[in-house]
Design a protein around this ligand. Structure first.
Ligand code: SF4
Ligand code: SF4
Length: 382
């Protein structure tokens, strides 16, 4: 078995501290809403006076328990998240008063049916496409329904004024986090991809939001100063990698850390473990529900068909982050990303003329050796 390097993982640390904080919030009577996907409209949850928390799990240890109910050949993110629920090992799930899921992929939407045996689950029906007028109307109706569900569940009124307020706050947070992720555009990179990603994703478990984002803004400033002082104009022979594909929450060490150990820098993330959701703000001048519907529906994900925005963003990111090669991460049995990888490979290799590799993996350590060999060979050709 190959030993992965022991690195300080800010994400795991923050997640553990978040366990204590969420209990404190519950003790104060704050309502908690668990979410699974980037399409979850957090503005509505905050406007209901509740606190959203991500239930997407990267934990391998509970997958065997999940497989008692779920098929083995299923995305590890789905199995692990469900495992957290059945084993009561995740305080975020345990303390959630309501779980909001979206019908993003078949695995998730059928898993929610089982989850309903344990928790109050509200499922939002996500359109399959973003391009038609009726897709917008359909998604807007789902937001109106969620607004009503939250109002009834928590006995509150979600006024337009509260929504406008939470739109402003979330937009401010998005801008701060996006600027942090965009440190990857600097060449040479002032922070490793592992540290950048683990710090940015850790914010999701900081419930002292203002302080958490203030700290991220400070770090961005400090790292920009470090770049100007120590790195600007220096040459490095470490190739620059863009990660694309499925969320990397459960494979951060296995893939991102591994790539950096092998001598490349991960500088950008075109995935839900990156700035994808922050690239478009909610329009503060529009009617709030319309503006929220428009923003979230525009998120590009392989669950949409077709998915043209992903290629637009890939195009921009490969140029803006001065990328030398693209690594696509596909979680086992994720059909939408797996099939879309055909077009992604063609686009990266033939339109952008950059080397591309796709890795299909899960949260286990069984393929560590094979992964290392493939990544090493890929980095050597860059
Ligand atoms: S990859 Fe797609 S389905 Fe998965 S969390 Fe992101 S938006 Fe949701
Ligand atoms: S990675 Fe793919 S299969 Fe897994 S939850 Fe996301 S869309 Fe579904």
């Amino acid at each position: 078995m190959i030993e992965l390097p022991k690195r300080f993982d800010e994400y795991e640390e923050s997640r553990r501290e978040g366990f204590i904080k969420i209990k404190e919030l519950k003790d104060k009577g704050v309502n908690i809403v668990g979410t699974f996907c980037t399409y979850a409209p957090t503005e509505l949850i905050y406007a209901a006076g509740a606190v959203p928390v991500s239930l997407c799990s990267g934990n391998q240890d509970i997958i065997a328990q999940a497989e008692v109910d779920l098929p083995e050949n299923l995305c590890p993110l789905i199995k692990s998240s469900y495992g957290n629920a059945v084993t009561e090992r995740c305080p975020f799930f345990y303390f959630s008063d309501l779980v909001v899921g979206e019908t993003t992929c078949d695995g998730k939407k059928k898993m929610y049916e089982l989850l309903k045996n344990i928790k109050d689950v509200h499922v939002m029906n996500l359109p399959q496409s973003q391009l038609n007028e009726h897709d917008f109307e359909y998604w807007k109706a789902e937001l109106i329904k969620l607004r009503r569900v939250l109002e009834e569940k928590f006995n509150v009124e979600i006024t337009d004024e509260k929504l406008r307020e939470s739109i402003k706050t979330r937009n401010r947070e998005r801008k701060i986090l996006l600027e942090f992720y965009e440190l990857g555009k600097l060449n040479p990179a002032p922070i490793s991809g592992f540290d950048l990603n683990s710090a940015a994703e850790a914010v999701a478990f900081r419930f002292d939001r203002e302080k958490a984002y203030e700290e991220i803004a400070m770090r961005t400033l400090e790292l920009k100063e470090k770049y100007e002082r120590e790195l600007k104009g220096k040459k490095t022979n470490r190739p620059r990698i863009l990660i694309t594909g499925c969320p990397t929450v459960g494979v951060r060490k296995k893939v991102i850390d591994q790539i950096e150990e092998l001598g490349a820098d991960v500088v950008g993330f075109e995935s839900c473990s990156g700035p994808k959701e922050m690239m478009e703000l909610v329009d503060e001048t529009m009617e709030p529900i319309d503006a929220i519907a428009k923003k979230y529906l525009n998120i590009h994900c392989s669950v949409m068909t077709p998915n043209p925005n992903r290629f637009k963003v890939l195009d921009e990111m490969i140029d803006d982050y001065q990328v030398d090669g693209v690594v696509e991460v596909i979680l086992q049995a994720c059909h939408t990303f797996n099939i879309e990888s055909y077009n992604v490979k063609n686009y990266v290799a033939n339109v952008k003329n950059k080397p591309y590799i796709s890795i299909e993996t899960d949260y286990s350590e069984f393929d560590l050796g094979q992964l290392k060999t493939r990544l090493n060979a890929f980095i050597e050709i860059l």
